[in-house]
Design a protein around this ligand. Structure first.
Ligand code: PEP
Length: 248
C-alpha cells in the first residue's frame, strides 16, 4: 500500500511571518492519514524545522545542486537541506527546467546527490501546452522520466510528480481521463524499468489543485496525492486538500 502524500511547494514565497500558517496547519492536522510535506524557501527551512518539532509534517527543499559541495555561489547542497531539517527535495520542477535550463540529465545528477544525502527526491515531469496539442504528451513525459531517474532511484527514495506546465498556476486542469492516462503511463514506464517495485513509487498530480477539485482528482487511478503550489500557502486551503486526500 502506498501512503498518500499532500506536498506543498511555496516557491519564492514566504517570510518568517508565514511560519504562522505552518503552525496553524500542524495544530489542525496533528495526525493526518496521508504524509504531509511542505517545501518552503530554503531560507525558512531551519525556522520551519524548529516550528514543526512536535509535528508529523515533513519539510523539503525546492532544488539542490548536483555536487556535494564546492564553489557554486548561491546554490544549496542536498546535505545543507538535510542539515536544515529537510527530508525531501523537489527536483526538475518545470519552473527550474524553464528558468534555469535544467535538463533531465541534470535532474538525474541532482537526484543521485539527494539520495546520497538521505533525501527523498520528488522528481517533476510534465508537457507544455504546445506538446499536448501536438499529441506528444506521453513521449515527452516518458523521455523526461527515463532521463531524470538516476540509478539510485527506488520506490522509497523517489516520488514522481506529473505537472502539466500549462496547468501550473493557471487555474486550468487536465480532464480526469487525461490525468489517468498519464499516471497509468508513468506506472507502466516504472514497471518496465523497476519491475514489481514500480508499485512502491508514489505518483503525485500537480497543477492548479485546490479544495474545490481535490476530491475528484484524488479518485483518479494511480494518483497517490498532489503537489500543490498556490493553494499550499494558506493553511485553510491546504488543510482542506489534506482532508480530501485523507477521505479518498
Ligand atoms: C507547482 O508549482 O508545483 C504547482 C502545482 O503550482 P499550482 O498548484 O499553483 O498550479
Amino acid at each position: 500500500m502506498r501512503r498518500k502524500m499532500a506536498a506543498g511547494n511555496w516557491k519564492m514565497n514566504g517570510l518568517r511571518a508565514s511560519l504562522a500558517e505552518l503552525g496553524l496547519l500542524a495544530s489542525k492536522h496533528p495526525a493526518p492519514v496521508c504524509e504531509v510535506l511542505i517545501c518552503p524557501p530554503a531560507t525558512l527551512l531551519g525556522w520551519a524545522s524548529e516550528a514543526l518539532l512536535q509535528s508529523e509534517i515533513r519539510l523539503g527543499g525546492q532544488d539542490c545542486h548536483s555536487e556535494k559541495s564546492g564553489a557554486h555561489t548561491g546554490d544549496v547542497s542536498a546535505a545543507m537541506l538535510a542539515d536544515a531539517g529537510a527530508s525531501h527535495v523537489i527536483l526538475g520542477h518545470s519552473e527550474r527546467r524553464a528558468d534555469h535550463g535544467e535538463s533531465s540529465d541534470m535532474v538525474a545528477a541532482k537526484a543521485r546527490t539527494a539520495h546520497m544525502a538521505g533525501l527523498t527526491a520528488v522528481i517533476c515531469v510534465g508537457e507544455t501546452e504546445a506538446e499536448r496539442d501536438a499529441g506528444t504528451t506521453l513521449s515527452v513525459i516518458g523521455a523526461q522520466l527515463q532521463g531524470s531517474l538516476p540509478a539510485t532511484a527506488t520506490g522509497t527514495n523517489t516520488i514522481i510528480a506529473y505537472e502539466p506546465v500549462w496547468a501550473i498556476g493557471t487555474g486550468r486542469t487536465p480532464t480526469l481521463s487525461q490525468i489517468a492516462e498519464v499516471h497509468d503511463f508513468l506506472r507502466a514506464e516504472l514497471s518496465g524499468r523497476h519491475g514489481a517495485e514500480a508499485e512502491a513509487f508514489r505518483l503525485l498530480y500537480g497543477g492548479s489543485v485546490k479544495p474545490s477539485n481535490a476530491a475528484e482528482i484524488f479518485a483518479v487511478s494511480n494518483v497517490d496525492g498532489a503537489l500543490v503550489g498556490g493553494a499550499s500557502l494558506k493553511a485553510s486551503d491546504f488543510g482542506a486538500i489534506i482532508d480530501a486526500l485523507d477521505a479518498a
